[in-house]
Write a protein of this length. Structure first.
Length: 518
């Protein structure tokens, strides 16, 4: 009898201590059948901000290398495999790419010195459903890729003034495989990232926050690894990384009565401002050739919405929604202005701006002299200006590609189409030639008055055309369209329908990135 009582008391004490554990602590996987694995602890969403990520703490009886595979619902083309660097007997493995509301099967592979598989162990990770604000994703043209393809969406589909914003990644089958939710973050719980997040050279994510007036670097678990204060100035739209690691940022200068017309360079190490471009000096802040109902032009006359850096000559390219595109050197001096020729006069510092206007060429490299085309009231069969554009990017051949939104096209039309358009620019002779475009043939289906982006995908020699505020059947419908550069064949297309949106915006842009960057 005493033995039975002592046994019962021991059982109760074990149960009591087990129940007192913190629910967020790692939990051991009980089904280990291994000669090499000593222990496995799995923790879902270890940071609290990445619901489709996990951490596996692994202890082995001898040093090994480790590879982890999240088995996909759609075979090898959806299976995410990550080989971790190093040989050890103790690991903290970050697992990305889980499915929501699913018993995810994750295979842990222990590898020998030649990469041979010594042993495998399966663990199951159960995830919660997606939050209600996530969109419906429809695959219109399936991808032919035999490997996972990841589309990083800087999502806007929330009802409360776009915030808090939550980026997500979906694969080529339309399954969301990662997202961030900063709702409970002590600093970023009211996040407004505008253009959104970009990928740094080190594999982390970079973005600005319009609520805290700061720039942040985070990892894919949402943990802040670095931040830079804007020193009282406001953030809007875009921050990018230069090849040397410094940051270029569009800001609202707190000392000025105008907004969205100053760019700064932040020293990555010290956080100090090492350069500043005031567009009020280099351009004409009184020009009103392109009216808009979306901004007060007395305050927001330029509306800088995106940046590109030209490493070849160390100059910046800035897109101003209501002015055009300007290229400037480090001294805030113009190299060219890409815009219709209407109403350009002198800059704030007294420089004649007409000398920087680009003259369009036709398909035979002859100058187009038709004043209506130069002014922008008419299009030429071989050439069209970009209108209220976003996303200037430099192509590998040195050409400039932009997302031509088409708002106020020819000063009269809302659309009726948007384009990805590539221009060949001769800066010496100040000429511009249209050499490639896509989107006009799609018409209103891919017309996006605001936001949106183009990207060049060198691995496929294709263009990612992403109108973020398209409309389908009267509802918001962002599009992700991959087009073969040579043939213009659609290689992949998806439609993103958010449950809630403001002025039909689904997302600001979409990037094609690896889920594991290093």
């Amino acid at each position: 009898m005493k033995l039975k009582i002592y046994g019962l008391l021991a059982f109760m004490l074990i149960a009591l201590f087990s129940c007192s554990d913190d629910d967020s602590s790692p939990s051991p996987n009980p089904n280990i059948d291994s000669d090499l694995i000593e222990s496995i602890d799995v923790q879902l969403n270890p940071s609290g901000y990445a619901p489709l990520a996990a951490r596996i703490n692994l202890e082995t009886t001898e040093p090994v290398s480790v590879e982890v595979a999240v088995l996909g619902k759609n075979g090898d083309a959806s299976t995410i495999t990550k080989r971790f660097v190093g040989v050890d007997s103790s690991f903290e493995l970050e697992v990305l790419g889980l499915y929501a509301n699913y018993d995810n099967e994750v295979e842990i592979r222990l590898l020998g010195s030649t990469g041979n598989v010594l042993e495998t162990q399966m663990v199951t990770i159960q995830t919660d459903p997606l939050i209600a604000e996530m969109p419906v994703i429809t695959i219109d043209v399936p991808s032919g890729s035999s490997e996972p393809v990841f589309n990083f969406v800087n999502y806007f589909g929330f009802v409360d003034n776009f915030r808090p914003q939550r980026p997500f990644i979906f694969d080529q089958f339309g399954d969301i495989r990662w997202y961030l939710d900063f709702s409970n973050h002590p600093t970023l719980n009211d996040l407004f990232y505008d253009n959104g997040m970009t990928l740094l050279q080190n594999g982390n994510l970079l973005f600005g926050d319009g609520r805290t007036f700061s720039i942040y670097e985070i990892d894919f678990l949402g943990r802040i690894s670095n931040s830079w204060s804007l020193q009282g100035n406001g953030f809007h739209h875009h921050v990018i990384e230069k090849p040397d690691g410094n940051l270029l940022v569009t800001i609202n200068d707190a000392s000025k009565s105008t907004v969205e017309d100053v760019i700064i360079e932040i020293d990555r190490g010290s956080g100090s401002f090492v350069n500043r471009w005031d567009l009020n000096n280099s351009l004409d802040n009184s020009r009103r050739a392109w009216p808009t109902d979306l901004a007060d032009l007395e305050v927001d006359w330029f509306h800088a919405n995106s940046l590109e850096y030209s490493a070849q000559d160390e100059e910046i390219i800035v897109s101003g929604r209501t002015q055009g595109i300007a290229k400037l050197n480090a001294q805030n001096e113009l190299s060219y202005i890409l815009a219709p020729h209407r109403e350009w006069s002198t800059s704030g510092d007294g420089t004649d701006l007409t000398q920087f206007l680009l003259t369009p060429l036709d398909a035979n490299n002859e100058e187009i002299t038709d004043m209506a085309v130069l002014d922008g009231t008419e299009n030429h069969p071989d050439f069209e200006w970009s209108w209220y554009q976003h996303s200037p990017i430099l192509m590998p051949n040195g050409n400039l590609m932009v997302f031509d939104n088409g708002d106020n096209r020819n000063y009269v039309n809302a659309g009726p189409y948007s384009r990805a358009v590539e221009y060949e620019i001769d800066e010496t002779n100040k000429t511009i030639k249209q050499v490639w475009s896509y989107g006009k043939e799609r018409g209103e289906e891919t017309y996006a008055r605001v936001v949106s982006k183009v990207s060049y995908l060198p691995e496929n020699n294709s263009i990612l055309f992403t109108p973020g505020s398209a409309v389908s059947n009267g509802v918001a419908a962002g599009k992700v369209i991959e087009v073969d550069y040579n043939t213009k064949e659609v290689l992949f297309e998806a439609t993103i329908n958010p449950p809630n949106s403001i002025i039909n915006i689904s997302f600001h842009n979409v990037l094609r990135i690896p889920l594991y960057s290093n």
